[in-house]
Design a protein around this ligand. Structure first.
Ligand code: ADP
Ligand code: MG
Length: 698
């Protein structure tokens, strides 16, 4: 590592960890620009700027014993260095000849002048990299190297690899972080007591080993400890939210058995077994004075709305008010169109509250809600939160709950005029049990797996781009037959603007390829009104084809749509593909889902085969979890989950840690609800929450 600081340097205090690096570690002032690019301002942020993988170069061998295709190191003499100038598109190359007593080798770097400057003929270096053989001769490609006699963080050890931003090099990040660690680790206080962390390493040791492990075997325990802290931070905020709710009382809503039977009898269809069970679970929750927190999950079209209708009608019959909120105006309207007739059949009147209503009309509905005359109100969250005071709201139904942030859910719960409304969240994202235990630990879950009878199956095919002309001809023939198609392009994770650009390019391409078709375009960079108008036009059959980014995922119900074409399907989560597919097959024509991909790797093929082969959203979600990892199943952004950086729920060890964190969090919070005696834990919790805000804002 780097040389020890002179003894006159003041040791850092715990408080210094959260002060600017430039003021507490002035000797690193020259790293300010690099730190800035990496988003690091304080020593603590540097400590938690973790590598995303490691190169294990600890295998030190004589050149004569190098093995092919392995990462290795050797202590060698540089016998020659040659620079080949670049030519045309070929970059400059630096080629060094290496030798030791056992044999010789070659090292090659592309376009790296600094190598030439630092590598001298005749010098002795330790070189680390992956070895390939050209004939009998071993070759290192773009290896790391450091002079013999200078212990190095770059060679002959387990070397951390960091995410790089804006031209900062791996070596630079590594050197800066090593310096920060050296100064800052002694100031790190462990927020956990030894008994709480058990066999997990202490925080400073975990951070040291996560950056610069002595050996590869030290990494898992270090990451487990950091994962545990993350999971504990999450569980602490859930435990505190639960604790805060414990003092709140909800209305006891008594829906008696005969009333319920009458409601069920008045529906235009018989509920499936799963729907009935969900209704019973909800009715039982409503009867308690503890506020319900229930998630109703089921595939698109499985009949969640019908269950919500029965629950809302039961609440109204028992003398209370209900509300249903959707993330967008268009979805809210669609809910209204679907729910109103069902509720009417059940003897209940629903009001649609829209932001675009004239002030007078809006005022009238507000008054009716305040006076308790409006029985069920349907609208967007924003509209309902805006100005409405309910007379006796007892049940709030939230559609697609994962689109609502934690803060929005809290605001809604403040609507109950002294009493907490019961909360029913509907979601079409199937949540595997393991995730439910961790992230929805504070919610009860009802599940609908069984689809209503008489659904047609959707034909799903995987195709590559060479099939595009045929597919386009098919889209044209569907349009000629009066049916409609969706074409979905992937969301580019790094940038909404890029997603929009690729949707626009595809829109232009299809307009040129299919001039006879009426084609629309929706993406997240458009104004909401433009997007809503295009979706409405598609729903009204004024368009044959809708090119879209995944903004349509929770989108509209168009029974006449028969084709869902998904481009670069390998770039989607499986659950997401399944949900997109659910946008077709809602009418009585045969429907198709075409997964377009040019990915030929086995894993992509396997993943897409899961979607082709299964109609069960839960089976698909479990497979997604198995094949990709949890963060990707839900996608932290759309799920409203905090972006876990270390913990992976794909990792069985971490699931065990999550349960353990839950137990510890409940114990800590019940002993000390505000965690007043544990400032270290509060900071951990708040750090995670601020990471969540950043995720939302991105
Ligand atoms: P979800 O909200 O889960 O997407 P919906 O409640 O909107 O599903 O139901 C989809 C369609 O199926 C609606 O037209 C609804 O009237 C109908 N439906 C719901 N439950 C049943 C059932 N048990 N039998 C027949 N049709 C049903
Ligand atoms: Mg629905």
């Amino acid at each position: 590592m780097t040389a020890s600081p002179p003894p006159t340097v003041r040791p850092l205090s715990a408080e210094d960890l959260d002060r600017p690096i430039r003021s507490v570690l002035p000797e690193l002032a020259r790293g300010a620009a690099a730190f800035g690019k990496l988003g690091i301002t304080t020593p603590r942020q540097a400590l938690f700027y973790l590598p995303f993988r490691y190169d294990d170069f600890s295998d030190l061998r004589p050149l004569g014993e190098l093995a092919a295709d392995e990462k290795q190191s050797a202590r060698v003499k540089v016998t020659d260095v040659k620079v080949e100038p670049g030519f045309g598109r070929r970059p400059q190359r630096v080629i060094a000849q290496l030798a030791d007593g056992s044999g010789s080798a070659e090292a090659i770097w592309f376009g790296r002048r600094y190598v030439e400057r630092r590598l001298e003929k005749g010098s002795e270096v330790v070189i680390s990299g992956k070895v390939t053989f050209r004939g009998w001769r071993p070759q290192f490609t773009s290896p790391e190297f450091s002079p013999v006699g200078h212990e190095s963080i770059h060679t002959a050890r387990v070397v951390p690899i960091y995410r790089l931003v804006g031209g900062v090099t791996q070596r630079r990040v590594r050197e800066l972080l090593a310096r920060v660690l050296e100064r800052a680790l002694p100031a790190v206080e462990d927020p956990l007591l030894p008994a709480e962390r058990g066999e997990l390493p202490d925080l400073a040791d975990a951070l040291r080993a996560a950056h610069f492990p002595e050996e590869a075997a030290d990494v898992p325990a270090a990451l487990d400890r950091l994962a545990f802290d993350e999971l504990l931070a999450l569980q602490l905020s859930m435990a505190q939210a639960r604790e805060a709710r414990a003092g709140q009382r909800a209305a006891r809503v008594a829906v008696d058995g005969d009333e319920l039977l009458a409601l069920l009898g008045a529906l235009p269809f018989a509920l499936t077994g799963d729907q009935r069970r969900a209704v019973e679970e909800i009715v039982a929750d409503l009867a308690a004075d503890e506020p319900m927190r229930r998630l109703l999950q089921g595939d698109v079209g499985s009949g969640k709305t019908a269950v919500a209708a029965v629950a809302l009608a039961g609440v109204v019959r028992a003398g209370w008010q209900g509300a249903l909120m959707a993330p967008t105006e268009i979805l809210a309207r669609q809910h209204y169109l679907g729910l109103a007739p069902l509720l009417e059949a059940l003897g209940v009147r629903a009001e649609f509250l829209s932001g675009s209503l004239a002030a007078a009309a809006k005022g009238r509905i507000h008054d009716a809600i305040g006076a308790g005359e409006a029985e069920v109100v349907i609208g967007t969250h924003a509209v309902i939160a805006e100005a409405v005071t309910f007379d006796r709201l007892a049940l709030a139904v939230v559609d697609e709950q994962h689109r609502f942030g934690v803060a929005q859910r809290a605001a809604l719960q403040a609507k109950g005029a002294g009493r907490e409304p019961h909360l029913l969240a509907l979601t079409a994202t199937p949540i595997p049990r393991t995730l439910a235990l961790t992230f929805y630990a504070d919610m009860a879950i009802s599940t609908i797996r069984e689809m209503p009878p008489g659904r047609r199956t959707i034909r799903t095919e995987v195709r590559n781009r060479s099939a595009l002309p045929k597919i386009e001809a098919f889209l044209a023939s569907e349009a000629a037959a009066g049916r409609q198609s969706f074409v979905v392009v992937p969301l580019v994770a790094e940038s909404e603007a890029l997603s929009a650009a690729s949707a626009e390019a595809e829109f232009e391409r299809l307009r040129a390829a299919l001039p006879g078709l009426r084609i629309g375009l929706v993406h997240g960079q458009q104004r909401a009104e433009t997007r809503d108008a295009t979706m409405a036009a598609f729903a009204a059959r004024e368009l044959d084809l809708l090119v879209a980014t995944t903004v349509i995922e929770v989108g509209i119900d168009v029974p006449n749509a028969s084709v869902m074409l998904i481009e670069d399907a390998d770039r989607f989560g499986l659950a997401q593909l399944h949900q997109l597919r659910g946008r077709v097959g809602r009418g009585d024509q045969q429907s198709f889902c075409i997964l377009l991909t040019d990915a030929v790797d086995e894993r992509s093929q396997e993943r897409l085969a899961v979607v082709r082969g299964s109609r069960d959203g839960f089976e698909i979600a479990e497979a997604d979890l198995r094949l990709r990892g949890a963060g990707n199943v839900l996608g932290t952004r759309q799920s409203g989950l905090p972006p876990l950086r270390v913990a992976s729920l794909f990792e069985p060890r971490h699931l065990v840690l999550a349960e353990r964190a839950g137990t510890l969090a409940r114990r800590l919070v019940s002993a000390d609800p505000a965690l007043a005696t544990r400032p270290g834990l509060i900071r951990m919790r708040d750090d995670l929450a601020s990471a969540e805000d950043e995720g939302d804002a991105a």
